[in-house]
Design a protein around this ligand. Structure first.
Ligand code: CA
Length: 225
């Protein structure tokens, strides 16, 4: 699952990002409201975490603009201001939930999971053939067998599954799994795909992960050509 985190306080942002990545979420970060607006309207996220006090454009204004643009993604608002007025304003601007700083990471995580649970089941489970991925419990099965993946392996598989049948370039995979400012000139994708294949495809009659020469990778059930 992909989360956009719009937070200008770098230590808070780093703390949240680290915790979320340990829980297998892919995280994009924006440091001000304008960057947040640009990312939220140009990329797909499962959830947006929005700080209330932001440079360029405040969290409430950003939230209003996203809802006015028709964005339905769950939004969780963060703030240091523990006042009823701001909470009401935040929720009225279109946020789905509210958390006051400082907070325990476990509480943030519980609220994120609760918001994601509101999304219909079809989005919480992805699959292809006998491969099933439960996005909330982070579990992967091929047939009856559970497959344990690394954090990045899971994120790559999720991204490929969300785009099954489409060829994805290494750059697209890097941007979506590591973030849009990660160095695209590395072989990390190939290394992770190799491990993914060993877990998902080795020993099964129908392969799922296919290499498209000179282009990238695609998830499909057909045999290699
Ligand atoms: Ca702030």
């Amino acid at each position: 699952m992909r989360i956009l985190l719009v937070e200008d306080e770098q230590n808070v942002a780093a703390f949240i990002r680290k915790g979320l990545e340990e829980e297998f979420y892919a995280v994009d970060m924006a440091e001000d409201g304008k960057e947040g607006l640009s990312l939220a309207t140009s990329r797909e996220y499962d959830l947006i975490i929005l700080d209330l006090m932001l440079p360029e454009m405040g969290g409430i204004e950003l939230c209003k603009r996203l809802r006015a643009a028709g964005l339905k993604t769950p939004i969780l608002m963060l703030t240091a201001l523990d006042s009823v007025g701001k909470k009401v304003e935040g929720l009225e601007s279109g946020a789905d939930d509210y958390l006051t700083k400082p907070f325990a990471f476990s509480e943030l995580l519980a609220r994120i999971k609760a918001l994601l649970r509101r999304i219909p089941d079809s989005i919480n489970e992805l699959g292809l053939g006998d491969l099933r991925v439960d996005l909330l419990s982070r579990r992967v099965y091929r047939g009856d067998k559970e497959i344990v993946l690394t954090q990045k392996g899971f994120a790559i598989l999720e991204y490929l599954l969300r785009n099954k049948g489409r060829v994805l370039t290494r750059t697209q995979i890097i941007e979506n799994v590591w973030g849009y400012n990660h160095d695209p000139h590395t072989n990390v994708v190939d290394v992770h795909i190799k491990f993914l294949r060993e877990k998902i495809d080795t020993g099964y009659p129908k392969r799922i992960i296919h290499t498209v020469r000179g282009a990238g990778y695609v998830l499909k059930l057909e045999d290699d050509q």
